[in-house]
Design a binder for this molecule. Structure first.
Ligand code: BGC
Length: 500
């Protein structure tokens, strides 16, 4: 009996599956689930710097800003504002834990629809917000929406994709997150000039939610999820469409049914099962991957870029342009990842991307230390500001082809069916929890550590790169139901998974 999954014969691992037009279209439609998360990330950063928005909901921030004779690192250090941004992450955290059961009970696709609709209602409330209560309520609904969608979509993609190209298919989720970010940044650039621009920016979140909800209505659920819910005939149809007419899909279907029956017979509570010793490697990854992703400092960079450029006199327009540039670099680099991930593997991307980010962070810290002075009160000459932007682009590219997409891919592919939705839930919850804690603390940290903040994140990057070298196995090309082999062969993890 294999561990971390159920026994499968060696020859059953070679389930083939061509890249059919149907599976490509289905997965692109599903991946659009990333749009709403990306849109929110992009919009909230910009909206919280719009003066009419601050005047209506957070006047204290404006007063503080007017009084501020502080250094460039402390201007936006406001707890109320971060609390507003972060409320989404707390709601998302709660939703992702509930979503584990939901994705099992109603399927991946239906969970995406529920997520899309919840997000839509939240967007409408936010667009029409008259007071802070409406604003927070809307934001909580957005959080629920994102929690459900981020849980279901990566699993959907990994289950649907032909194993050989699973990485590329899965990176499309992050690609849509990236598109959402860039679209939102461009929109903010236009709406920032209007007194009611914030309403437009927040309200237009309806558009991505409609796109993804309608998209999800048009696709069928994954074969695994249909089998899990006893819909064998539908599973056969879904598999045939995904793998192509001339492929014999029966062995793959039989494997799914066998796994699903074993899961049902065992009748275990997945939130308990996942803590069993044999699933220790899986559990560690569910925590470590999203935790480390946030400790790359990506969100601090995303936030700091416009503030930095604004404070060195580039004007708020150029600050937004800097965000757009970073967003585009990120988008382009995801495509690099799509190309590499199944050909050369996940580990190489982690290692190269991690090293590149370390170099970027350390270089930014050095430039800032030299130009702004230890207290951060000196202005950065424009030429150096451009240099900082270039270094941040190098960093953003590294993230865009490593921790950005891979943190969605790895948790969606390493778990056996019986703990898959649970493992994914834990991973999304950890992502949201870490984002929340960092968002609460990073502005204060920036204010106190100044350019040292970048060194702090570079330190974490060194730790996570070592973690990858030692503990993250290569998962390229392995079918989901045979994934237990990677742990059995791993120098460290094999002691946890008992061999037959
Ligand atoms: C992360 C987000 C981040 C985004 C940036 C995602 O993979 O989970 O926290 O803001 O990438 O593009």
């Amino acid at each position: 009996m294999a561990v971390g999954g159920f026994a499968v014969d060696d020859n059953s691992r070679a389930f083939s599956g061509k890249v059919t037009a149907s599976v490509v279209i289905t997965c692109i439609v599903a991946a659009s689930g990333g749009l709403i998360f990306g849109y929110d990330i992009g919009i909230s950063g910009g909206v919280t710097t719009m003066r009419p928005f601050l005047k209506k909901f957070f006047p204290a921030v404006l007063r503080k800003e007017a009084d501020a004779k502080t250094n460039i690192y402390c201007v936006y250090d406001s707890h109320v504002l971060t609390a507003f941004t972060s409320s989404l992450y707390i709601a998302g955290l709660a939703a992702s834990l509930v979503a584990s059961r939901l994705t099992r009970a109603v399927g991946r696709r239906n969970t995406m629809i529920i997520g899309g609709l919840t997000f839509l209602i939240g967007a409408a409330i936010n667009g029409g917000a008259e007071n802070i209560v409406m604003l927070i309520l809307g934001r909580i609904l957005l959080g629920f929406g994102v929690g459900f969608t981020n849980q279901a979509t990566p699993i959907y993609l990994s289950e649907m994709a032909p194993p050989k190209w699973r990485g590329a298919f899965n990176t499309s989720f992050y690609f849509f997150i990236g598109i959402g970010v860039v679209v939102a940044n461009c929109l903010n650039y236009g709406t920032a000039k209007l007194s009611w621009g914030w309403r437009l920016s927040l309200g237009l979140a309806i558009v991505p939610s409609v796109i993804m909800t309608v998209g999800a209505l048009l696709i069928s659920d994954t074969p695994s999820s249909l089998v899990e819910r006893g819909k064998i005939a539908q599973a056969r149809d879904s598999l045939r469409k995904a793998r192509g007419k001339d492929i014999d899909i029966e062995p793959e279907l039989a494997e799914l049914v066998k796994t699903s029956e074993a899961v049902k017979a065992a009748n275990e509570e997945p939130f308990v099962t996942i803590f069993e010793r044999q699933y220790r490697p899986h559990l560690v990854m569910a925590f470590a991957i999203p935790f480390f992703q946030q400790l790359t400092g990506i969100n601090i960079i995303a936030f700091y870029a416009p503030v930095l450029f604004q404070s060195v006199g580039f004007g708020s327009d150029s600050a937004l342009i800097a965000s757009i540039i970073l967003g585009c670099v990120n988008l382009f680099s995801i495509l690099v990842s799509t190309f590499i991930v199944d050909r050369y593997g996940r580990r190489i991307l982690f290692l190269e991307g991690g090293t590149q980010m370390i170099i970027g962070q350390v270089a930014v810290a050095c430039v800032l230390a030299v130009t702004t002075g230890v207290s951060g009160t000196k202005d950065i000459p424009k030429g150096y500001a451009v240099l900082v932007l270039v270094l941040l682009c190098i960093y953003a590219a590294g993230f865009g082809w490593s921790w950005g997409p891979l943190s969605w891919l790895i948790p969606s592919e390493i778990f056996p069916m019986k703990i898959r939705t649970t493992g994914q839930s834990i991973s999304i919850a950890v992502n949201f929890a870490t984002t929340f804690v960092l968002a609460q603390t990073f502005l204060t940290m920036l204010c106190h550590f100044k350019y040292g903040t970048f060194i702090f994140y570079a330190g974490w990057l060194i730790a996570m790169t070592l973690f990858v070298i030692l503990f993250v196995p290569e998962t390229k090309g392995i079918p989901l139901e045979s994934m237990y082999q990677v742990w059995e062969r791993h120098w460290f993890w094999r002691r946890f998974v008992s061999l037959p």
